[in-house]
Write a protein that binds this ligand. Sequence first.
Ligand code: UDP
Length: 244
Amino acid sequence: MAEPKYKRILLKLSGEALMGEGKYGIDTNTLSQIASEVKEVIELGVEVALVIGGGNIFRGVSGAAKGMDRSSADYMGMLATVINSLALQDALEKIDVSTRVQSAIEMRQVAEPYIRRRASRHLEKHRVVIFAAGTGNPFFTTDTAAALRAMEIRADVMLKATKVDGVYTADPMKDKSARRYATLSYMDVLQKELKVMDATAVSLCMDNDMPLVVFDLTSPGNVLRVVKGEDVGTLVGKIPTNIA
Ligand code: UDP
């Protein structure tokens, strides 16, 4: 079997990835599907860390838009990511994948506190580490948390799961002439204001040379394809921009 391209990955899922066809919350079938994709990658010998968003439950900005204090709303958002992390932990453990949840906000009854060295040790032992509660700070996103953790654990790559197969020149749902970027430079992402991640997360990756692959999680087997280095999605890095 071909060697995987990456040995240690950080996979970022949005909270919405857990909703399936639903409009809110967690769909257990979707959860199992994602868990089995992660298992395939673990079985290749790849070390996997996960960050999950909370948008399927609560987002700070929408709370703030309704008049809540932004920081309070963001803490609610971070707690939503803990709910999602525990759900994914459960789905992974059900299929015999060993996991640890580490939370950036201490809640020792449900998760370990975030300790970088301990996280690395878990990864070396091929446990999936799920980083919950974002960065632990309001005014950030889980994309930024994912970029930060990817750097801290020295991941080879950050994989950003979305509903589209990479980054396009225009919205492929609306514009038939839209083309997929095979590769993108960080600068182009920022200057063209491409909707890859928020600017804080992209800048963090750029400043620390963390490559990023944006890919479609809704196609079964895609996580494995990306890890094997197949031409899936868009690779963002210190590289020239190229259309597929
Ligand atoms: N959040 C935060 N700090 C962080 C990460 C997340 O305050 O470091 C809050 C923020 O309110 C955010 C919510 O948690 O809206 C859920 O995360 P996010 O919106 O990134 O989830 P996703 O869009 O990936 O589902």
